[in-house]
Design a protein around this ligand. Structure first.
Ligand SMILES: [Zn+2]
Length: 446
């Protein structure tokens, strides 16, 4: 832990009057508000980049900083909700920024002729990345509502506990909402106090347990308590379920794993209609230790570069793949059982591994009789172990994966190719829209 201390998230609902040196108690009342406590930064018409311009607070013409997508920013809500349309920019204070390391890995990925992942970052030039605390102007259309996200405490943060003793560090956290509005507690000085009523709002948050709400707590968002917001990672609700499943699977091996260690490639939006239209969902890299060692004893062969930029999958697809690795490792323990996986997400424009541009497909070598040597081979060779490969393929089918291509004619129920391409690897796609794949991700394999 970065700081070895515990932060109790209890606002002190009291203040001291200077004149009388006595404590005044605020009176608090629960209500709702349409005003968001903070926003999540994204981009407006930047193309496929992981960042947006961050303009100088004193001079909006100066674009000397950039703000990564997925930063948490505070702006008085009236700037977003009520400003008239002639105002394109809003002043913000940055509360948290996503992982620098993950951004560097995107920057250091292989440069290709078209659509390089690295070009999503390496366009920042000599602009500086914003930090928590930076203030500046961003485009009004580049921020998203806090209610569309779930939050996770970042790795190596202090231990955060609610006043009923529930640890927040390992739980998803959301804002409490009623009928599309934020639940708050409005605390005001009593009418009798010095004639002038003073109020502040505290937003209600929910810490989620496995199946139900584990704790609720109120937070001031203008007075940042214990740096709590600086230590939060926002995850879009559209991918949060599979991301939580991935985290739980990974924690089976690495109990201290945190969500910000999973490397996300941000979503890409097309703005041709004037509104952000999702054209590529977020993808998440298969967690790799020491370069090529994957989860559950697996191995990533022939990575495209040292940052494994060919190992991204859609969250639901990866979740199903990890379930396969976990179950296979339980069933297959002899030499030759190690799962060797190759390319996952690959744009068609990169010229190799066509059919991998969905981010749902991955290549896996067949299994060996007795070795885990990192060398490709055909099912026609003596090293090939049909029984192990057949068992593995039956686990693939249990997940609901529909596309499985492998040329061994003695394993029934598969697609083949006529050119021998899939003699040395199984091509499998875990379609994120297939109900059974989603169920595998939610409930695991038996
Ligand atoms: Zn393939």
């Amino acid at each position: 832990m970065k700081n070895f201390w515990i932060c109790l998230l209890i606002s002190i609902v009291s203040a001291v009057s200077a004149q009388e040196s006595t404590e005044i108690s605020y009176v608090c009342q629960e209500m709702t508000t349409p005003e968001a406590p903070f926003y999540i930064s994204d981009e407006f018409r930047q193309g496929d980049l992981v960042w947006e311009n961050f303009r100088d607070i004193g001079d909006q013409n100066k674009k000397n900083q950039y703000i990564p997508k997925g930063s948490i920013v505070y702006t008085p809500p009236e700037f977003v909700e009520k400003m008239d349309d002639s105002e394109n920019r809003i002043p913000v204070k940055v509360l948290s920024v996503p992982s620098q390391e993950n951004e560097d890995n995107i920057r250091n990925s292989k440069k290709r002729r078209y659509n390089s992942i690295s070009s999503m970052v390496n366009t920042t030039g000599d602009r500086k990345r914003v930090d928590a605390g930076s203030v500046g102007w961003i485009d009004k259309k580049s921020v998203r509502k806090a209610s569309d996200f779930t939050f996770f405490v970042t790795k190596d943060s202090p231990l955060y506990k609610t006043k009923d003793g529930v640890s927040l560090n390992d739980k998803p956290i959301t804002l409490s909402m009623s009928d599309g509005k934020y639940d708050i507690e409005r605390c005001c000085t009593p009418d009798s106090y010095q004639g002038e009523e003073k109020c502040f709002d505290r937003y209600k948050f929910i810490a989620l347990g496995e199946d139900s709400i584990e704790s609720q707590f109120f937070m001031n968002t203008d007075k940042l308590e214990c740096g709590f917001f600086e230590d939060l990672t926002p995850i879009a609700n559209r991918i949060v379920e599979p991301m939580i499943s991935i985290l739980n699977i990974v924690r089976g091996e690495e109990p201290e794993a945190a969500i910000d260690e999973l490397e996300l490639l941000p979503a890409y939006h097309n703005w041709s209609t004037g509104r952000p239209k999702l054209s590529r969902v977020e993808m998440v890299k298969v967690p790799l230790i020491d370069g090529q060692q994957g989860p559950f004893g697996s191995y990533h062969y022939k990575p495209d570069d040292r940052v494994n930029s060919d190992a991204y999958l859609k969250p639901t697809s990866q979740c199903a793949f990890l379930e396969v690795l976990k179950k296979h490792q339980q069933q297959c323990t002899s030499p030759g059982c190690q799962v060797h996986f190759g390319d996952a997400f690959h744009q068609d424009s990169w010229g190799v591994h066509g059919g991998h541009d969905s981010g749902e497909c991955i290549d896996i070598r067949p299994f060996r009789k007795s070795d885990n040597t990192d060398e490709g081979f055909s099912y026609k060779w003596g090293r090939y172990d049909r029984d192990k490969t057949k068992n593995f393929i039956s686990i693939l089918k249990e997940t609901g994966a529909k596309t499985i291509i492998f040329n061994d004619p003695k394993i029934p129920g598969l697609s083949r190719d006529s050119r021998g391409v899939h003699n040395d690897h199984i091509h499998v796609c875990f379609g994120e829209n297939i109900n059974k794949v989603q169920k595998t991700c939610r409930e695991g394999l038996n």
